[in-house]
Design a protein around this ligand. Structure first.
Ligand code: PGA
Length: 254
């Protein structure tokens, strides 16, 4: 059975002390997660070691980074490699978030390199895809996401590909308060899964977790997570408030 995952993406928010309080408040809620359910907390780089130690006795909780560099190592001042993340016990890494694509010029080709390095270090990539508003208005979202997957992931051999988690995040829904309807999310998730089946076969496609992201909150999480091809969420704004994040994780349980 494929994993159900709620991943927090803190982005560039919170101090270390605020982050520690947030994690402690989430843990204090006493969430009981069954086997195939996971919570990932993607903190800023400087907090990963601390977050790892806070979560060490909580087997369903994992830490994630929000990015890694596309080169293995070397003279890239200010950057962080997949190997560095592996060396501190990071388990997941978000790759190709639309903010990275838009503000930092990350291309599909660079994201293919990042994915290769992450997998090479045993990290689980949470690969983000999703269309901007003008593409959605022209109803070209299916082709748009297909190109993102083809150019960044479909070079992977099946045994590597099956470790990847995909997050569909329509850009028009990120941080805007606009959420894709559950019908829109389900339609795209089913489309993504059919592309995976064409490329890797039904068995592998059925096993891949596809998360939804974009203004997911307590009021809409349960409906989104009830869609047959939605396997959880990547949560931005609502992951910064313990009570909201806990409610979203509980929606996964329902
Ligand atoms: P949001 O962000 O939940 O604030 O819309 C989601 C994301 O960017 O991963």
């Amino acid at each position: 059975m494929r994993k159900k995952i709620v991943a927090a993406n803190w982005k560039m928010n919170l101090t270390l002390q605020e982050g520690e309080t947030l994690i402690n408040d989430i843990l204090a809620a006493g969430l009981r997660l069954k086997d195939e359910k996971r919570v990932v907390i993607a903190t800023p780089f400087p907090y990963l070691v601390k977050a790892k130690s806070l979560l060490k006795n909580y087997p369903h909780f994992y830490i994630g980074a929000q990015n890694c560099h596309q080169q293995k190592s070397g003279a890239f001042t200010g950057e962080v490699s997949a190997q560095m993340l592996q060396s501190i016990g990071v388990e997941y890494v978000i790759i190709g978030h639309s903010e990275r694509r838009e503000y930092f010029g990350e291309t599909n080709e660079m994201l293919a390199q990042k994915t290769n390095l992450a997998l090479g270090q045993g990290l689980i990539p949470i690969f983000c895809c999703g269309e901007p508003l003008d593409v959605r208005r022209q109803e070209r979202q299916n082709e748009y996401v297909e190109v993102q997957l083809k150019e960044s992931l479909f070079h992977l051999p099946a045994e590597q590909f099956q470790k990847v988690v995909i997050a569909y995040e329509p850009i028009w829904a990120i941080g805007t308060g606009l959420t894709a309807s559950s019908a829109q999310a389900q339609e795209m998730h089913a489309h993504i899964r059919s592309l995976l089946a064409q490329q890797y076969g039904e068995d592998i496609a059925t096993g891949i977790s596809i998360l939804y992201g974009g203004s997911c909150k307590p009021s809409n999480a349960a409906e989104l997570f009830a869609c047959p091809d939605v396997d959880g969420g990547l949560i931005g704004g609502a992951s910064l408030v313990a009570q909201d994040f806990v409610a979203i994780v509980q929606a996964l349980q329902a």
